[in-house]
Design a protein around this ligand. Structure first.
Ligand code: DQA
Length: 147
């Protein structure tokens, strides 16, 4: 059983070297470690997974059901704007999720303004750089404490 699953989509494995003016200097490993520490300090369990493959991300969402994941925090990255299949997977497993973005997609190119996830998400946190993850995990922890 996992309480909180953090999922990261394509190209986020390159954080720290990818468009650092937009995404900052922290690596994904550092973000995952910080989130893990934050979750475990509240005695909840944590798993993280990143993939560049839509198929693998869908498989991870489906697996989350068997693993009895209670809440998903997800940065779908570019799949935010394209993936009906990941949206359907999240609807299928019926696990509440928080959508996270480092940047604020609404202040960027028009093709980033639409998300296939926002209308079915518990909440959306965007634009705070790596702090977006910290705030999302904090909200996830509070939510689990209420249930
Ligand atoms: C992103 C925003 C997306 O538009 C983009 O494709 C990403 C990262 C973010 O975290 O700001 O890869 O999800």
């Amino acid at each position: 059983m996992t309480d909180i699953l953090l999922l990261n989509g394509p190209n986020l494995n390159l954080l720290g070297s990818r468009e650092t003016d937009i995404y900052g200097n922290s690596s994904l490993k550092a973000i995952n470690n910080a989130c893990q520490e934050q979750v475990e300090s509240h005695k909840f369990s944590f798993q993280s997974f990143q993939s560049n493959s839509e198929t693998e991300l869908i498989d991870a969402i489906q697996q989350a059901k068997s693993d009895k994941v209670r809440l998903i925090v997800i940065n779908p990255a570019a799949y935010t704007h394209t993936s009906v299949a990941m949206r359907d997977a999240l609807l299928a497993v019926e696990i509440p999720f928080i959508e996270v973005h480092l940047s604020n997609p609404h202040s960027r190119e028009p093709f980033r303004h639409h998300s296939y996830f926002s209308d079915i998400a518990l909440a959306v946190i965007a634009g705070f750089g790596i702090d977006s993850y910290r705030y999302a995990i904090d909200a996830a922890i509070n939510r689990l404490k209420q249930n």
